[in-house]
Design a protein around this ligand. Structure first.
Ligand SMILES: Cc1cc2nc3c(=O)[nH]c(=O)nc-3n(C[C@H](O)[C@H](O)[C@H](O)COP(=O)(O)O)c2cc1C
Length: 207
């Protein structure tokens, strides 16, 4: 089993990065192969809105994008995974620009017939595609602000998953990160480890 983590934090040693690593460690402990992508380290250009990717040959697993950067290789790897861990800090009530840019560039995983204007794109993947995912969002606003800070991030991060046929099996908002005590930090890292472990168990159940 292969699990990939994507972090949308520009800070490589911040709490978001640590929480994602902890979730990956939980998956690893369950026997999964894991890999992490820190989006800040990748060359991902802005989507230019040409839509060539979604109209590209439906037989292709990923529609081709004219932009030349790291995204084609990342999406090839993305297709190989059984599960995902998406982690992102809240910036101005939603995901970071880094994460948003990545989500936009995943458009080529969907397909739409040129004549199907006004209709939703379809999945390029076969019907037995059984992927699952968990999401982590971090913010300075305390935990009780999950609806205004965490939920908008979860919505963006999972926005393509209905088409991609990816099921969300866990969401975790970690608030008040500026003032988290060492004990609370350990507690959140443990919860994130358990969420990673649960992700693997949930996938295994469906295999
Ligand atoms: C530009 C910017 C905007 C932010 N906006 C919010 C916000 O709207 N709500 C919130 O709770 N925290 C906000 N924060 C705090 C970040 O969410 C927090 O620093 C981050 O979750 C910590 O994760 P990191 O250690 O990976 O950087 C913001 C931080 C920055 C730098």
């Amino acid at each position: 089993m292969y699990i990939i983590g994507f972090s949308g934090s520009p800070r490589l040693n911040g709490i978001c990065s640590r929480l994602m690593q902890s979730a990956l460690d939980g998956a690893l402990q369950q026997g999964a192969d894991v890999k992490r992508y820190d989006l800040i380290k990748l060359d991902i250009k802005h989507c230019l809105g040409c839509c060539q990717c979604i109209f590209d040959d439906p037989q292709l697993p990923v529609g081709r994008c004219p932009l030349k950067d790291d995204m084609a290789a990342v999406l090839e790897d993305y297709m190989l995974a059984d599960g995902y861990i998406f982690a992102c800090p809240v910036y101005h009530g939603t995901v970071t620009a880094l994460m948003k840019k990545f989500i936009e560039r995943k458009f080529g995983l969907s397909w739409r017939a040129p004549e199907a204007a006004g209709k939703l794109p379809e999945s390029r993947v076969p019907a037995d595609f059984k992927k699952k995912a968990i999401m982590i969002a971090t913010g300075n606003s305390p935990d009780e602000f999950v609806e205004v800070m965490g939920d908008p991030c979860f919505e963006v991060m999972s926005s393509d998953w209905m088409v991609e046929q990816v099921e969300t099996v866990g969401k975790m908002y970690v608030g008040g990160v500026e003032t988290l005590s060492p004990t609370d930090t350990e507690d959140r890292l443990k919860k994130s480890f358990d969420a990673g472990s649960h992700l693997v168990e949930a996938i295994r159940k469906d295999l």
